[in-house]
Write a protein that binds this ligand. Structure first.
Ligand SMILES: [Zn+2]
Length: 321
């Protein structure tokens, strides 16, 4: 009895839950995506929004979440945000949220619309979707099934991640006859698209650095330039106040106390991580936890695990173990 009343008390103090995802795709295309955990099936995304509301949680902007953090008593809230921003943000995600009358927060990496970031993982997916075979350096990878395409994506992208260079990607593009600039165009969001999204009801635009660097790995000057510079760029290009920031990667090793203070000092109202936890009144607004929604978890039970705090609890137990 004591334990359950303690649990109930703890739950009643947990008033918010932030969720984050990256990309969405039409349901009919979802199963064939070589990196489908990164994409939410649009039909699932709609079910998720409806489910959260049916459970009695309000879907709110980060501005409203911040108000509820400082003035408790306005009900439980969920904020849904999306990081990086690709073409599908403008073409699929925002139209869905507009139709459902649900707010969404978009964290833009400004080098994407500025056409300074090679979108090699997105390009790799397009190549793998359409090819029957590729050669990655000396290895032949057959791509006859969705499973083979997923395995090839995981294998190649992790090798590129460790090399950190675009060289192998550019070689692969040449091998399969794809123009890397055209692949970037297929995937990137443009300033024209962002201009159309700015000012739509419920659409909140925040910053996600200039070039998607891991903030904790940067010296103070570079970290400040990424954090503050992305805000300046968005405000200058879109003419709107940019009040919210999200850390790339966002785990404990990717951002810490120095970085939370920098976000505050750069003039933002909030900073978001990807650490899993529910939000209680008085939480540090510069280190807000967010639950990453995995595209392969296509059942509301997974959303329930986030809303109940179960997934955060499981993560912290696993980390301790
Ligand atoms: Zn990101």
């Amino acid at each position: 009895m004591i334990a359950s009343s303690t649990m109930a008390g703890r739950r009643s103090r947990q008033i918010g839950c932030c969720m984050i995802f990256h990309r969405a795709v039409a349901s009919v295309d979802w199963a064939a995506m070589p990196n489908r955990g990164f994409y939410l099936d649009l039909a699932y995304l709609e079910r998720l929004v409806r489910y959260v509301r049916a459970c009695g949680w309000d879907i709110v902007s980060l501005d409203e979440a911040l108000r509820r953090l400082t003035e408790p008593g306005h009900g439980r809230f969920v904020n849904i945000s999306l990081d990086d921003c690709y073409r599908d943000t403008a073409e699929l995600v925002v139209p869905l949220f507009q139709r459902l009358d649900a707010p969404i927060t978009l964290f833009v990496t400004t080098d994407i619309p500025d056409e300074r970031l090679r979108l090699r993982n997105a390009g790799l997916e397009t190549i793998l979707r359409h090819a029957d075979v590729v050669h990655d350096d000396d290895r032949r990878l057959d791509l006859n099934t969705s499973k083979q395409k997923r395995a090839a994506y995981a294998d190649i992208s992790s090798r590129w991640e460790s090399s950190g260079s675009d060289e192998s990607y550019l070689r692969l593009c040449k091998q399969v006859g794809q123009d890397p600039d055209r692949l970037d165009d297929m995937h990137r969001i443009t300033w024209t698209m962002l201009e159309r999204l700015r000012g739509l009801p419920g659409v909140e635009i925040g910053a996600h650095t200039i070039s998607h660097r891991r903030i904790s790995s940067l010296d103070a000057d570079d970290a400040r330039a990424e954090i503050g510079g992305s805000r300046v760029r968005l405000e200058q290009r879109l003419g709107i106040p940019v009040r919210h920031f999200a850390f790339p990667y966002g785990q404990s090793a990717d951002c810490g106390q120095r970085d939370f203070a920098m976000v505050r000092d750069a003039g933002y109202a909030t900073g978001s991580t990807t650490r899993k936890a529910l939000i209680r009144p008085g939480a540090n607004p510069y280190a807000l936890p967010r639950h990453t929604i995995n595209g392969t978890h296509r059942h509301p039970a997974f959303a329930q695990a986030h809303l109940s705090g179960l997934s955060a609890l499981a993560t912290s137990v696993l980390r301790r173990g």
